[in-house]
Design a protein around this ligand. Sequence first.
Ligand SMILES: Nc1ncnc2c1ncn2[C@@H]1O[C@H](COP(=O)(O)OP(=O)(O)OP(=O)(O)O)[C@@H](O)[C@H]1O
Length: 239
Amino acid sequence: MSELLAFDGVTAGYGNAVVLHRLGFSLRAGESLAILGRNGVGKTTTLETLMGNTRVTGGAIRWRGQDITRLPAHQRVRAGLGWVPQEREVFPSLTVEENLTVVARPGAWNLTRVYGLFPRLRERRANYGNQLSGGEQQMLAIARALMTNPLLLLLDEPMEGLAPIIVEELAEAIRRLCEQEGLASIVVEQHPVLALEMTHQAIVLERGTVVHAGPSAALAADQPLLDKFLGVGIEEEPA
Ligand SMILES: Nc1ncnc2c1ncn2[C@@H]1O[C@H](COP(=O)(O)OP(=O)(O)OP(=O)(O)O)[C@@H](O)[C@H]1O
């Protein structure tokens, strides 16, 4: 598999505040990566930096072999980055179907295929964005990113605030995207259990830098390492 994305010693932040310190990781085509870490370590800022929404003061971001460090944000979506923001940002006064078609770009993903992935959205196709449950909004946010036909899906805490049954449905859909559709993804999560189940590789951040990188399955099986970096009682989390 060839390299899709690389952060090469990226230093970035907001204004004069530096949040990411020489952050380095890479991702191959079709691979999925979990970004883990405690509150405020820079997980969201990593995605914001990839989308061009922060001030980069060092290092470089490579996307399919090209340096995109200075590429304007709107061109990054066109380059194949599919962003699912933490706030979901569903358009409240558009219907589900309009939310999807308004961003559509040519490619394999279309209404039929996103409705196949999330049948619940087909049922709600005529409902407005503000009439959806939190889980439906999250499905719509993911489906909308898919309609841009991305090469990489960026998911920022996709399970936050959702009921366990919806979490399982979403996790299954995200796994399908990766395993059956070969779509690369980056999943930012505070809770490692699901994120590690859904991904091939994982990095753990502390104070804006990578303190652990390796296969997700190995980290999931290493309770002392999880305790050290994340301080989680992994067995105590709901299955
Ligand atoms: N727009 C902003 N302007 C200034 N500082 C910010 C901004 N967004 C985040 N920060 C700061 O950057 C640091 C990292 O925040 P970030 O949201 O990336 O962390 P995180 O690991 O995603 O945390 P969480 O899990 O709580 O979302 C924090 O100290 C935060 O206060």
